[in-house]
Design a protein around this ligand. Structure first.
Ligand code: HGY
Ligand code: MN
Ligand code: MN
Ligand code: MN
Length: 389
C-alpha cells in the first residue's frame, strides 16, 4: 500500500518526502486515506483540529483506536507515519476477510502535523485535540513563509475558529495502539512493543548582533550572531552525554547573504533524555554556554521553549497484555516522539514497532522489509482482535 502513495510529496531537492500539514501533498494524502477507508466501509470524519477518524461501525465511547500520521519531516523517509496508517487499513482487511466485526467502537485515526515539519510543534493535531497546546498560540504559529496555521487550515477548507481541545473526540477513545516503524536498531525480531518515550522538547535560540558588510567590517568591530550560534552547536554536542541527545538540525541566519554579517540567527535545539530532570539539566547547560558565547561577541540571545513533553511510560498492563497476546514480543524504549505519547496522558496507549534494519529514520534511507511489514500487519490485526472483540 505504501507504493500507492510513493509519488506523493517527493522532495526532488532534498531527497525523500516533504509532506507537511495542509500543503498540496498532505491534502492529497488525506484524500487518499479517506478513499481507502471508505472502500473498506469505514465512515471518515475530520475533527475540529484537522485529525481524521475512520470509524468501523458507529462512533462511540470506549473506542479502540489505531492509526498514526501521514505528514513527514522535511526530506523524510517513506515509513515514519504512513506505515502505521497503511498497516491499520491492512489489518482491517485481514479482520474483515475472516468475518471479524469489532465488539466495541473502532477507528483508524490520522493525526495532523505530527512532525511539526511546517509549524514547528510536534504532534500538533493530538496536542490540540487533548488541550496540550493553547489553541490561540497554535493558530498563530507561522511556517517558514510566514503563513499562520489559521491561514493554512482555512485554505485547506477547515474552520480555524473551531480549533481547540475536543473533549468529545478525546472522550470517545478507550485505548489507542499505534504501529510505527522502529527508528533505531533495537529490534532483532520483526515486531516489538514500546516501553517508554524519552522526555523531549524544542527550544528556539535567537542571537541578535549587528548586520554589516563581510569585507568592510574589521573583526574587532563585529557583533556577529553566527559566532555564538556555532558555539551553541558544539555546546549541544558536549552536553549530550550518558544517553542524552541534543540536536541542532536547523539554523536560519537573517538575512542569509554570503557577503553579509547576519543581524540575527535563529537556532533550534531538540533535546531529549530519559527523564525530565536530565533533559532540563542538559538544556540549562547548553543555555548557559549560549549566553556566555553571546556575551563574548557582544550579542543578545533570547531563548524560547517551543514544545515539551515529559517522559512517557506506557501502561505496563496494556503493553504486557499485547506482548503476551502476540506470543511474547520484546519491549523497547523509543527516542522518537509520537501521538501515542501525547494521548498517553489521557488514555491507555501502546505502540507496536516494526523492525527497521537500517536503524535510520527521518531520512530517505528509512526502511522495513516486506516480511516484517506483513508481520506487523498480522500483529496489529491480532491486537485489534484481542482488544476489540
Ligand atoms: O521528533 C520526533 O521524535 C517524532 O518523529 N516527531
Ligand atoms: Mn518522525
Ligand atoms: Mn512518526
Ligand atoms: Mn555591495
Amino acid at each position: 500500500m505504501l507504493d500507492q502513495i510513493a509519488d506523493i510529496g517527493r522532495d526532488a531537492q532534498r531527497g525523500g518526502y516533504s509532506r507537511h500539514a495542509y500543503t498540496k501533498p498532505e491534502v492529497e494524502l488525506r484524500h487518499w486515506f479517506a478513499e481507502q477507508a471508505e472502500r473498506r466501509g469505514l465512515a471518515v470524519e475530520t475533527d475540529r483540529n484537522g485529525n481524521l477518524w475512520a470509524w468501523w461501525g458507529e462512533p462511540g465511547a470506549n473506542a479502540l483506536v489505531t492509526g498514526s500520521h501521514l505528514d513527514s519531516v522535511p526530506g523524510g523517509g517513506a515509513f515514519d507515519g504512513p506505515l502505521g496508517v497503511t498497516s491499520s487499513l491492512q489489518a482491517v482487511d485481514l479482520l474483515q476477510a475472516k468475518g471479524f466485526t469489532p465488539g466495541r467502537p473502532f477507528a483508524v485515526a490520522v493525526f495532523a502535523e505530527e512532525e511539526g515539519g511546517r509549524f514547528g510543534v510536534a504532534c500538533l493535531g493530538s496536542r490540540l485535540l487533548s488541550g496540550a497546546i493553547d489553541a490561540a498560540k497554535a493558530l498563530s504559529l507561522k511556517d517558514p513563509d510566514g503563513v499562520t496555521l489559521a491561514e493554512a487550515m482555512k485554505a485547506a477548507g477547515h474552520d480555524p475558529e473551531r480549533v481547540g481541545r475536543d473533549d468529545e473526540a478525546l472522550g470517545r477513545i478507550g485505548q489507542f495502539v499505534e504501529l510505527h516503524v522502529e527508528q533505531g536498531r533495537g529490534l532483532t525480531v520483526p515486531v516489538g512493543v514500546a516501553s517508554s518515550i524519552l522526555a523531549h522538547g524544542r527550544w528556539r535560540f535567537t542571537f541578535a548582533g549587528e548586520g554589516n558588510h563581510a569585507g568592510a567590517t574589521l573583526i574587532e568591530d563585529r557583533r556577529d550572531p553566527m559566532v555564538p550560534a556555532a558555539q551553541l552547536v558544539i555546546a549541544a554536542r558536549r552536553a549530550a552525554r550518558d544517553g542524552g541527545r541534543a540536536t541542532v538540525g536547523r539554523i536560519v541566519p537573517n538575512p542569509g547573504g554570503t557577503n553579509v554579517i547576519a543581524s540575527t540567527v535563529d537556532v533550534w535545539l531538540d533535546a531529549r533524555d530519559s527523564d525530565d530532570a536530565r533533559t532540563r539539566a542538559m538544556v540549562a547547560e547548553i543555555s548557559e554556554a549560549a549566553r556566555q558565547a553571546a556575551a563574548e561577541e557582544g550579542c543578545e540571545v533570547r531563548i524560547a521553549e517551543e514544545s515539551y513533553g515529559d517522559t512517557v511510560h506506557f501502561d505496563p498492563r496494556l503493553r504486557d497484555d499485547i506482548a503476551n497476546a502476540l506470543g511474547g514480543v520484546p519491549a523497547l524504549p523509543t527516542g522518537a516522539g509520537h501521538d501515542a505519547g501525547i494521548l498517553a496522558a489521557h488514555v491507555p496507549t501502546a505502540m507496536l514497532f516494526v523492525r527497521n534494519p537500517t536503524g535510520v529514520s527521518h531520512a530517505p534511507e528509512e526502511f522495513a522489509e516486506q516480511a516484517d511489514v506483513d508481520e506487523g500487519v498480522r500483529a496489529l490485526a491480532a491486537t485489534i482482535e484481542h482488544l476489540g472483540s
